[in-house]
Write a protein that binds this ligand. Structure first.
Ligand code: COA
Ligand code: MG
Length: 295
């Protein structure tokens, strides 16, 4: 998943627009973008949308961001939406693997009630929205087979820290948020799932978005969340492996295949060893997932 577009779960118009946005995934939101009085209506709108979208021939992956476990609203969210068989739920304010296990158990019950195969609904966790969560970012490994990715958030974290801002005047994240971002990347790698970069809220600023996407790709993120359809094309472009990168990765993989048992190879005067091979294999896997090279 390169691009994951947030769509408020109470807006049929935006849900339709999201389907046509070109995003790899939609995150239908029942949490922060829906006011308390609108939650019940948003659940029904979301369920109707999921059911209709399920019949579409080609569709993005469909995630539903439920309300966090500490709100007491999560069960009502799941009661309503699991019947629509979302590909995954997004779990906000996740505080480590223990909370993912908690959500996993809830999903197992709802899958049974709706006769869905076990583990058919995945979990993507937002791993850095509270101060406490930063100290638990290393606990996702092995928590649940449902875990499909980790992402991070700076808005709720800045509220929890009592900070006035989370970015400097040039739009770059300040220290606590750079720490959260790094913990997302490392926590995801240690759990063996993709790391997905947070939203860029300044949605008319395409240069700023592109810069943040490129820095995210450089550092190991494989996708980014969006809040506006206009952000999807830039995100997809940056996170789609470039032809030169694919060709280079293929050369590295071929060089190792041509010398079985070698721990290190030289290509055009440059040394490549195991970490380079693993990086090349991961890039080719992403190129395959994007349909750029054969299976
Ligand atoms: N998904 C689908 N469609 C969207 C969209 C989104 N996230 N954001 C905007 N659109 C639609 C608008 O409805 C509008 O449609 P129209 O031309 O038919 O009227 C069109 O795209 C252009 O929107 P624009 O006028 O540029 O923005 P806006 O002022 O209507 O909306 C936001 C701005 C921020 C309210 C909107 O982008 C949004 O709701 N984003 C998602 C917020 C969210 O889910 N936040 C939670 C996670 S942080
Ligand atoms: Mg939030």
């Amino acid at each position: 998943m390169r691009s994951l577009l947030f769509v408020p779960g109470d807006s049929p118009k935006k849900l339709d627009k999201g389907m046509a946005s070109g995003a790899d995934a939609l995150i239908v939101d029942l949490e922060d973008s829906v006011a308390a009085a609108g939650k019940a209506g948003a659940r029904q709108t979301t369920l109707a949308f999921l059911k209709e979208a399920a019949t579409a021939r080609a569709r993005p992956r469909l995630l539903v961001r439920v309300n966090s476990l500490d709100t007491g609203l999560t069960d009502d969210d799941l009661d309503a939406v699991v019947a629509g068989r979302p590909d995954a739920i997004m779990l906000p304010k996740a505080e480590g693997g223990a909370l993912v296990m908690h959500a996993d158990a809830k999903l197992a019950v709802h899958e049974a009630v709706h006769d869905l195969p076990e583990n058919s609904v995945g979990i993507v966790a937002i791993a850095t929205e509270t101060a406490a969560s930063l100290f638990l970012a290393g606990t996702y490994r092995g928590a649940s087979r449902r875990l499909q990715g980790l992402t991070w958030g700076a808005e709720d974290l800045s509220a929890d820290l009592g900070a006035e801002a989370n970015r400097d005047r040039d739009g770059r994240f300040l220290d606590p948020y750079r720490l959260a971002r790094a913990l997302c990347i490392t926590g995801a790698a240690s759990a063996g799932v993709p790391a997905i970069d947070t939203v860029y809220v300044d949605f008319r600023n395409e240069d700023g978005l592109r810069r943040e996407c490129e820095e995210a790709r450089r550092d190991g993120f494989t996708g980014k969340m969006a809040i506006h359809p206009a952000q999807v094309a830039a995100i997809n472009a940056v996170f789609t492996p470039a032809p030169e990168a694919i060709a280079h990765a293929q050369r590295v993989v071929d060089a190792f295949a041509a010398t079985p048992g070698a721990g290190v190879v030289g290509i055009e005067g440059v040394m490549y060893d195991r970490p380079h091979l693993m990086r090349a294999q991961a890039l080719l896997a992403r190129a395959k997932a994007a349909g750029l090279i054969g299976q």
